[in-house]
Design a binder for this molecule. Structure first.
Ligand code: FMN
Length: 205
């Protein structure tokens, strides 16, 4: 007997599921058997100290923000927030207290101790650790998206709160400047190639 259109659609659904599964499987296999794509991202990231005026495409910015959303946090309490500073007005206000190397987009990552997990044994609050993990997701995804970036910590949080009162509810943890490097000046500094050796860094017990 001839199969109905709908039952054939059912088969098609199964085939499509299989295709999707094999796609995932292929990615897993690639990862386990020697993909060095992630290592290449880690190696190509550097702190950019000079950005051009070239704007950050929305699609790239959204991908970076999505990576921040996916970050894990202690007990999944998600005590972090991100403020995207990109309007002329907000950038001008921010630049009165930090130049941000002329980046056309600056992400301010904040966190609230009151929303974070606290370790019972010694009372340590996880908010800043959660924020650092989120920053790392943002920074590496930006690199993967071809965006130069710079983790900025040398700022005065109370001055940021003054010029951007929107951030007041949360502690401002760090800034992440995003954009494209200024020709010449936007290249890695000498410190980029200075790292301890594995011998110095790792002690096997
Ligand atoms: C937590 C953190 C805070 C940083 N804050 C600043 C900063 O405020 N100003 C600055 O010039 N660089 C800052 N940096 C960049 C470091 O100086 C830089 O990562 C380091 O010199 C290694 O260079 P590389 O990032 O190009 O590999 C910061 C980096 C980290 C991880």
């Amino acid at each position: 007997m001839k199969k109905s259109f709908l039952s054939r659609m059912g088969n098609l659904g199964k085939i499509m599921n299989r295709a999707a599964f094999s796609d995932v499987q292929q990615k897993i296999t690639k990862y386990h058997y020697g993909s060095d794509a992630f290592m290449r991202i880690l190696e190509s990231r550097y702190s950019c100290h000079a950005f051009s005026n070239y704007p950050v495409p929305e699609t790239k910015l959204n991908m970076v923000l999505e990576a921040g959303r996916l970050a894990p946090s202690a007990s999944n309490l998600q005590p972090t927030r991100i403020w995207v500073v990109k309007s002329e007005d907000a950038l001008a206000r921010l630049r009165t207290v930090h130049p941000c190397y002329n980046a056309p987009v600056v992400l301010i990552v904040g966190c609230r101790n009151e929303e974070a997990w606290i370790r019972e044994s010694d009372g340590v609050n996880a908010a800043k650790t959660d924020a650092a993990i989120m920053l790392t997701h943002l920074m590496l995804t930006a690199t993967d998206a071809g965006l130069a970036n710079m983790w900025i910590w040398d700022f005065n949080p109370s001055k940021i709160r003054e010029v951007l009162p929107e951030t007041r509810e949360h502690g401002v943890y760090a800034l992440l400047a995003l954009g494209y490097p200024e020709t010449g000046a936007g290249k890695p500094t000498e410190l980029h190639s200075v790292r301890k050796s594995l011998d110095e860094l790792v002690k096997t017990l």
